[in-house]
Design a protein around this ligand. Sequence first.
Ligand SMILES: [Zn+2]
Length: 328
Amino acid sequence: MKVNLFFIVALLYSVGMNAQQPAAKHLPIIDVHVHAMKMNPAFAADMCPWFLSDMPGGDPNQPPPAFINTDCAMPLKAARSDKEFQDSLVATMKRLNMTIIASGDGGIIRNWQKAAPAGRVIPSIGISSSNEMTVVAFTDSLSAGFYKVMGEVAPQYAGLSPADTSLDAYFAAAEKLNIPVGIHMGTGGNGSININNPKYRASLGNPFLLEDLLARHPKLKVWVMHAGYPMVNEMIALMGANAYVYVDIAGMIWSYPLAEVNDYIRRLVQAGFGERILYGTDLMVWPKLLETSIGVIENANYLSFDQKRDILFNNAVRFFRLDEAQYK
Ligand SMILES: [Zn+2]
């Protein structure tokens, strides 16, 4: 009885002590690949991470394959409203001491900026075809100062190479204004062409397609989104020949089979590029995807503590020329 009382008193005392001390700050994380979009409950389905572990054969005379899978123990819930998503995003950003680079709906990005701590939402402007915006309008948008990054540039879905000359003037503007550029290369899911992207071509995700673009714009700072998955050999060759190219691991980190994801990241690190990998989620409609994806890096037993810190924070500070002190 006496012992129990002692424990209870000790417990209460320690709880009281903890309540008086502010919780230790989480080491900072920069997520370079977030999509700001309006929530649409009619289209936003729940999702099982690493759903591309099963790619059944099917038949062109049958309905196309399901893009995502919801049959698992813990599917991630899609947010039902903009407010629900924003509240969850901002709470996670505060808890994990996060900064995000967000592209997409300008109104949503502005709302996030108001709700998140100052400077923690960095706006990015995406353009994937010259039909979307004139070069003058694009240059004006960058010059106005709101947008600090260009991305996601995803010409692959439109059947274009990133080196297509129709995009060249946009890259020239980014180069002149010192704006880093993120280009989608590689991943498209299972049956992307059959489901909803008839112009998508796997071959247009080949990292080598960037070489002409880089040669034309030697001061352009490019990162390859999705790390050119699954073309790791080409990715390594491109990064070897072009010293300023980085990659992010967004999207692939939670969609392809987990062992495959880890093999891919391990291969890039093993090849010597641990300081040129950026953490990214490809966050869209599932708030808990942040924890799911960050967990892959946190739990990667093939990475040292320092390598994890490089991927989660240090590499992005260097690539985006950020003032480190502001993000700690
Ligand atoms: Zn992408």
